[in-house]
Ligand binder design. Structure first.
Ligand SMILES: *Cc1c(COP(=O)(O)O)cnc(C)c1O
Length: 358
């Protein structure tokens, strides 16, 4: 008796192949320092595990307000931004109204729209991975689109869409969700728009800056928008351990996050330069903590050869427009070097076996 809607759905694909070096999920490559973990275990001991957590995560929100530089009343929390994406897909517009998604992008936007039976209006990006404005405006008008998702920078292509194009589409009466999951690696933001307009919100997350295991995502918007969206939030969506740990890390571990992010940005530039030098590799510039690239070989084969050499990255060739493409997360210097070495070897191996697919 399951809904017919589910028939057309595919479960979100995670990469779980075991490998020594894991550069597949855009996580921060460094774990928290020992003294911080020590502090966390002391605080965890004090939790009354039999009690429900604070439903409003008040103490965490106070710290987040400082971290994000916005008042608490402008923040809504989700069990990861994934949960907030679900909330937006059910709360913005009516369920028969379209959801605009420039593709290829993060798959959760389309999945969440489809879960609620909404038309997903997917419009391919242009050759430079920017928004096709003309095609998008046409699709938005034809499908009574009310909601749009923009990964900013875009996962997995790594670039920023033109701001003007996002604003132009919004003029058609489209509520715009700017997903800034990679904000710390980029710095560009729609924060001011989100604080002052009722048709724009931004999403942030702790997942890409060292706390993926906690599942804490943030939505920032105008107070009037937040108070309405709060009506769809599940009462205890942020576990108490997550509230406690996030609070400690964002107060006492800020130095660690900042220095780790700077290291990753420096490594991103190094990996980009090295990939650009590599014969046969086409690499795309990135404003995030991952890099998309293309080889002349079948991406499944490249992926397989890398796994054989102990390196796991993400095969992106299943997404439309990304044939032959793979995405590597920026890791620790020695992990990046191991990846670059393994890629060189894999390409040499595939070249000698002349497995070129194009
Ligand atoms: C990783 C990622 C997310 C997921 O964030 P969580 O807070 O871990 O749910 C959201 N959006 C984009 C674009 C991402 O790449």
């Amino acid at each position: 008796m399951l809904s017919r809607r589910l028939k057309s759905l595919k479960a979100y694909k995670t990469e779980t192949t075991p490998a020594k070096i894991k550069l597949s999920s855009n996580e921060l490559p460094l774990d928290l320092p020992g003294e911080l973990k020590e502090k966390i275990s002391q605080e965890i001991k004090k939790i009354s595990f039999n009690r429900y957590p604070d439903p409003h995560s008040e103490e965490l929100k106070e710290v987040l307000s400082d971290f994000l530089g916005v008042p608490e009343r402008n923040i809504m929390l989700g069990n990861g931004s994934d949960e907030l994406i679900y909330y937006l897909s059910v709360a913005v517009g009516e369920l028969n109204e379209g959801v605009y998604i420039p593709i290829p992008t993060f798959p959760m936007y389309e999945i969440s729209a489809k879960v609620f039976g909404r038309p997903a209006v997917c419009v391919p990006l242009d050759k430079t991975f920017d928004i096709d404005l003309e095609g998008s405006l046409r699709a938005v008008k034809e499908n009574s689109v009310r909601l749009a998702y923009y990964s900013y920078p875009n996962n997995p292509t790594g670039n920023l869409f033109s701001r003007d194009k996002i604003l132009r589409i919004r003029e058609e009466g489209v509520f715009s969700v700017i997903d800034e999951a990679y904000y710390h690696y980029c710095g560009d933001t729609f924060l001011e728009e989100a604080l002052h307009r009722e048709d724009t919100v931004i999403l942030r997350t702790l997942s890409k800056i060292g706390l993926a295991s906690l599942r804490v995502g943030m939505l920032i918007g105008k107070e009037e928008v937040i108070s309405e969206l709060e009506k769809v939030r599940l009462p205890f969506n942020i576990t108490y351990p997550s509230q406690v740990i996030a609070r400690i890390v964002l107060t006492e571990g800020r130095y660690f996050i900042d220095s780790a992010v700077s290291k990753v940005i420096a490594e991103r530039e190094k990996v980009y330069r090295e990939l650009r030098e590599m014969d046969g590799v086409e690499v795309f510039p990135s404003r995030a903590n991952f890099i998309l690239f293309k080889t002349p070989f079948d991406a499944d084969r490249v992926h397989e050869e890398l796994v054989k050499r102990g390196v796991l990255i993400r095969n992106m060739s299943y997404l439309p427009g990304l044939e032959g493409c793979l995405r590597v997360s920026v890791g620790k210097p020695e992990e990046n070097d191991a990846f670059l070495e393994a890629l060189k070897e894999s390409i040499n191996y595939l070249t000698t076996r002349s497995e070129k697919s194009t």
